[in-house]
Design a protein around this ligand. Sequence first.
Ligand code: UDP
Ligand code: MG
Length: 312
Amino acid sequence: MSSQKPLLSIVVPVYNEEGNIEALHSRLTAALPHLPYEIIYVNDGSQDRSLALLVQLSQSDSRVKYIDFSRNFGHQMALSAGAQASRGEYTVFIDGDGQDPPELIPELLAKAQEGYEVVYAQRKSRAGETWLKRYTAKQFYRLLSRITQVPIPVDTGDFRIIHQKVRDVLNSMPEQHKYLRGQIAWIGFQQTALEYDRQERMSGHTKFSYRRMLRFALDGISGFSTWPLKVATLSGFLVSGIAFMLILYSLYQKFFGNTEPGWTSLHISVLFLGGIQLLGIGILGEYLGRVSDNVKNRPGYIVRDSNVSDEE
Ligand code: UDP
Ligand code: MG
């Protein structure tokens, strides 16, 4: 079985999920009874017993692979490593905490086999997440879809099935700041959605703080839109226009009016101009930082240990 190409490669990123791995694994194997598959667990620098559990699973079942990172490289890098290691005709990305129901995989596959290269699971509802997280996520996806050149579907995470044709393109994209759901939208092919109810985490808590979500959101925006740069330019024009009129006004006052010590107006305009300039520089910095990361051309992740290449 292992030398033969499987139909499905299931990629599961794992970061401190010791309380979920066994339950998720039995749900996965129960959901795919007759399908030829491999499951690739990517241990993203967990500090708990996750790795030991994964190694154990791989020893009792040759369809289970694991990739162990040298440290935490992030969810998107874990998925990318799994995509690189996939040999199946299709790859499925699914979270390791049970929020994405494995029971949906046969439906994703069936839909894909109707002739879609990408079937993404779209959240009808999200259980067990805070009001603030649901609200910010919802607003973010709508903003993003408005400002990007390629439409990125709203309310979707990375839970999806992709054909190997899409995976090959994805694997050849070298960007360091991955935003896979955007990259896959950008790649094209026939794509469709399958709705589902997102469940609560089985155990443990989310690894995404608001700070991390903000970084991820900025990766999504800067990777797929130059709109913030345009905003900087536009506000530059706008402010210059206003400043020009103020100059005319000051000259008029100097020659025809009375030149009072205009502390208030001076103060406001200095603050205003300073703010706008810093905003512009900040936006440039976000893009420049990412350019610099890409120029350095470091590997996106480092593998400490793996059993993936054992048989090949
Ligand atoms: N994850 C990862 N590396 C990280 C953070 C998360 O591999 O740095 C994994 C995590 O173990 C889980 C999935 O990515 O399987 C989604 O993470 P999480 O559930 O924390 O995100 P949320 O569902 O809250 O958005
Ligand atoms: Mg989760």
